[in-house]
Ligand binder design. Structure first.
Ligand code: URA
Length: 248
């Protein structure tokens, strides 16, 4: 999505989208099952321009092709799933349609949420976009709703906003963060960094404990309330722009 892609060979494209090996894709072409602009493709080395509209032009066995590379997804990450292959337990990638798990380049989560955190998680196969979003220099804000074990003391907002709080085991103070108190044990915290377990550790630094944590916003992109836990939606370029369009 970040740069205009050169046209690609159909057999390579479809193999990379998980439709089978190049040989298997060539067999699909020979069987007349790959149709471009209403006409069965005759040679698998035909080149096609990549665009988000490709599924409207290209079908496989009568079904629109999967989204081409440059795919960005907004997932409502459920509790209990991990974002990292290094952690035990089910992975957020298990929620993807089976063929999407075979894609090359693969879909990767843009940053991570803990196993016990729910909410907005972006995934993409666009490495440049991924790095642009997670780069500390981008300072993209992320908003979390936390339920706490104990009532807030009252000084947490000032402490988090001060830019002086240093987490246990670290030497560099956190960037200023914004706390909005919703009730004695519920608050929204907006941070611009992505340190390990950052929100939980920030509240721990004030003698509190996070009971539940949910991310509902990245930049100006909100988690769509129509997305149930475990569901995902494809983001178009305008939705992706919202991530960088931060007013907080
Ligand atoms: N901070 C946390 O503590 N956990 C998350 O998943 C995200 C931010």
């Amino acid at each position: 999505m970040s740069k205009a892609a050169a046209p690609v060979r159909l057999d390579k494209l479809l193999a990379n989208l998980g439709y089978g090996s190049r040989r298997e894709v060539q067999a699909l072409v020979r069987a007349g099952r790959v149709v471009l602009d209403g006409v069965p493709v005759t040679t698998a080395d035909e080149r096609v321009a990549l665009s988000p509209q490709l599924p409207q032009r290209l079908s496989i066995a009568g079904v629109p092709c999967d989204p081409p590379p440059g795919l960005v997804l907004a997932m409502h990450k459920p509790l209990g799933m991990t974002c990292s292959h290094k952690e035990p337990g089910p992975l957020v990638y298990d929620l993807l349609p089976p063929r999407w798990r075979l894609r090359d380049p693969p879909l990767s989560s843009i940053g991570r949420l803990d196993k016990d955190t729910s909410g907005l998680l972006l995934l993409t196969d666009d490495g440049d976009l991924l790095h642009k979003i997670i780069s500390p220099k981008a300072r993209i804000s992320k908003r979390y709703r936390a339920t706490l074990a104990r009532p807030l003391r009252g000084d947490e907002g000032a402490l988090f906003a001060s830019g002086t709080l240093t987490l246990d085991g670290e030497t560099k103070p956190l960037a200023p963060a914004k706390l909005e108190i919703l009730s004695p044990q519920n608050a929204e915290l907006t941070i611009t960094e992505g340190r390990y377990h950052q929100v939980r550790r920030m509240f721990a630094a004030t003698g509190n404990h996070v009971l539940s944590l949910h991310r509902d916003r990245i930049g100006a992109l909100m988690l769509d309330p129509a997305l149930d836990a475990g569901a995902m939606a494809i983001l178009d370029a305008n939705a992706v722009k919202l991530v960088f369009n931060d007013e907080s």
